[in-house]
Design a protein around this ligand. Structure first.
Ligand code: AMP
Length: 190
């Protein structure tokens, strides 16, 4: 099964993806994690994206599409992929559909995590204080949220057309949200 965890920065995509990896043997494909690893390694890719990410802007589509394409076989060989932070633009979503179609697969479920903006800001600020991720500072968070609203939220109608989108209240505890996601996935597999 291939799943997209969808929602703004701080809505819990990464946390919930990790729970699904533990529980279901799926593979988390987080483009944000891949890009941060490239920056930490000081690779050519890392150098290219460092300033863009520090500003809170989106990196070019072709970069993230290539990162995902590279990892699809591995995800397919396990329980499927959890796309976390990808796709973020309509072009990325179209590329993902084409890549999956070429492999005889599709996105089986899109879960939209609903969290209000005050809570997002509180979570990201907390993460900034604990982990020191530069783009979690409150100013950059505003840019990231604006990028979400302008470039990523328009994907919702794209996926709603498939009838495979479900909304989950992301304001509850980590375990409550995980239980709601699990119920939505069991419905796919039933
Ligand atoms: P994330 O960890 O998903 O919040 O991503 C952190 C940052 O990495 C974003 O603010 C973007 O600069 C970049 N990024 C991650 N995924 C993507 C994507 N799918 N498209 C464009 N930029 C991305």
């Amino acid at each position: 099964m291939n799943l997209i965890l969808f929602g703004p920065p701080g809505c819990g995509k990464g946390t919930q993806a990790k729970k699904l990896v533990e529980g279901r043997g799926m593979v988390q494909l987080s483009t944000g994690d891949m890009l941060r690893a490239a920056i930490a390694a000081g690779s050519e890719l890392g150098l290219k994206v460092k300033d863009i990410m520090a500003r809170g802007d989106l990196v070019p589509d072709e970069i993230v599409i290539a990162l995902i394409e590279e990892r699809l076989p591995e995800a397919e060989a396990s329980g499927g992929a959890i796309f976390d932070g990808f796709p973020r633009t309509v072009a990325q979503a179209q590329a993902l559909d084409a890549m999956l179609e070429g492999r005889g697969k599709r996105i089986d479920r899109i879960i939209r995590l609903l969290v209000d903006e005050a809570e997002l800001l509180a979570r990201v600020t907390g993460r900034f204080e604990q982990q020191g991720r530069p783009d979690d500072n409150p100013e950059t968070f505003k840019t990231r949220l604006a990028a979400y609203n302008a470039q990523t939220a328009p994907l919702l109608p794209y996926y709603e057309r498939t009838g495979r989108t479900r909304e989950v209240d992301g304001m509850g505890t980590m375990d409550e949200v995980a239980a709601a996601i699990a119920a939505s996935l069991d419905e796919v597999q039933a």
